[in-house]
Write a new protein. Structure first.
Lengths: 217, 242
């Protein structure tokens, strides 16, 4: 089975797929879809040369704005693409997608290698892009990253695409469970009144309320 | 005497960009180390310097053998052929069997999932019998339990581990933590001690492992007076169970 992205995505929304084998979707190069993957650049050319080849009417002014948007130093345009770090390569792919003004942006394991501050930044950026009518597609098994983006997502299991949430036990037979979910599940299994929280501050308040009210296990 | 791998004023220069200026560190046999670092600060490049595949300024003194794993293994051959299984000694065959826990080695490596491809890259390194093993941030598809099992396995072989990660939950597996920036080492020390420098870490852009973060926040609500790293223990402490 192969995912037909157009059956799932909508302009102005983030759609996420979890546990999706790479042969499940096919990258079809198309001006309206850009793929931001973690593939390594092997070309021995500068960033500017690379972008000039890929983008019609490449302008340094637009490039500088895109650099600001993805938090990349604009001096990168003189560096060799193959010498960039892995996270810089991902940022460059995102710049390319922004300069192409693609309608759909597909992020594949984009968050890997980024720490909290950058992850939060990119979560906000992706949500911001939806406000401009972009369709954002995220393929990732990092549920901690997805928690800041979506409430529900598609779980690909046994050739089926199931719409689910972060508390679906079937997920955790296949992918790592975030510690927050594991802890909330533990508390719920002991009868404590906990909702299906996905943020630390929510669980913190719930713990405070529970302990203060003298709730017992 | 403990053997070590010593890095003295190591740095890489590339078209006007200097990575990890004067990185100096002693990897001591028996002390597993975890490294986190700002994006683009040169974590992988540092490992490739140790591997010998990137030229650098400074000195790397190796008193013991070391192996570096920078990426997963993805080749179009079977595990059996790749390992040249028939040529392995009985000790090595046991290591392969214990490590892979597979009933057959006839799987084509490129068709395996990412976790297995990473395991095979690590196995290749283990079969070189290193004293030190350096692993880059390649374990993202592993569950925490799989990582724990992997690290325990490596430790039982008497190998000292150096692990680069972008997953803050992983740092808790290690006794020593280094925080790296583009200028070199920003912080280092016993892992819990470094993690308690919460404000500095957060200012640098790092999060804390979930239970460290939750414990510290519960302390500010006067619900806890120490850091607890385990969910069950935390639950028992908060709701006063024995």
């Amino acid at each position: 089975m192969e995912i037909r992205l157009k059956d799932y995505i909508k302009p102005g929304e983030v759609t996420a797929f979890v546990h999706c084998p790479s042969n499940f979707y096919k990258f079809k190069n198309n001006r309206s879809i850009s793929y931001i993957t973690d593939e390594i650049f092997h070309q021995n050319i500068s960033v500017q040369k690379y972008l000039e080849k890929r983008i019609e009417k490449f302008s340094l002014e637009k490039f500088d704005r895109a650099c600001q948007m993805v938090q990349l130093d604009e001096n990168i345009c003189f560096r060799n693409v193959s010498k960039l770090s892995r996270t810089e390569m991902k940022k460059l792919r995102l710049i390319e997608a922004l300069l192409l003004n693609s309608e759909t942006l597909v992020f594949v394991n984009f968050e890997q290698g980024f720490y909290e501050k950058s992850r939060n930044y990119y979560q906000k950026l992706l949500l911001k892009l939806t406000k401009y009518g972009k369709a954002i597609v995220v393929f990732s098994d990092d549920l901690t990253f997805l928690m800041g983006l979506v409430k529900k997502f598609y779980f690909v299991n046994e050739n089926q695409c199931l719409l689910t949430d972060f508390y679906d036990d079937r997920l955790y037979e296949c992918i790592p469970m975030p510690p927050l979910i594991e802890f909330v599940k533990l508390l719920r299994s002991h009868g404590l009144s906990m909702e299906k929280y996905v943020e630390t501050k929510e669980i913190l308040k719930a713990i405070y309320r529970s302990v203060q009210s003298g709730e017992h296990l | 005497m403990e053997k070590h791998i010593h890095l003295e004023k190591v740095q890489v220069e590339c078209k006007g960009v200097t990575l990890f200026k004067n990185f100096t560190f002693d990897f001591l046999e028996g002390t597993d180390v975890c490294l986190i670092g700002l994006e683009g600060c040169g974590k992988s490049t540092l490992l490739s310097c140790i591997q010998g595949s990137t030229s650098f300024k400074g000195e790397i003194l190796k008193e013991a053998s070391c192996q570096v794993v920078l990426s997963r293994l993805c080749v179009d051959e079977t595990i059996f052929n790749h390992l040249a299984y028939t040529t392995l000694s009985s000790e090595e065959k046991k290591l392969v069997d214990d490590f892979l826990k597979l009933s057959s080695y006839q799987y084509v490596i490129s068709k395996l999932n990412e976790t297995f491809q990473v395991r095979l890259a690590i196995l290749d390194a283990l079969l070189c019998h290193p004293k030190f093993l350096f692993i880059d941030d390649v374990l993202s598809s592993f569950t925490q339990r799989e990582k724990q099992e992997l690290f325990t396995f490596i430790k039982h072989l008497g190998i000292t581990l150096f692990y680069v990660t972008s997953n803050m939950e992983d740092v808790l597996f290690f006794e020593y933590l280094i925080v790296m920036g583009s200028e070199g080492i920003l912080m280092e020390g016993a892992t819990q001690g470094v993690l308690l420098q919460e404000r500095i870490l957060k200012r640098l852009g790092f999060s804390l492992p979930f239970f460290v973060d939750l414990s510290l926040q519960l302390q500010s609500y006067d619900l806890l007076d120490h850091v607890i790293l385990n969910g069950k223990e935390l639950m028992n402490d908060l709701w006063k169970l024995d």
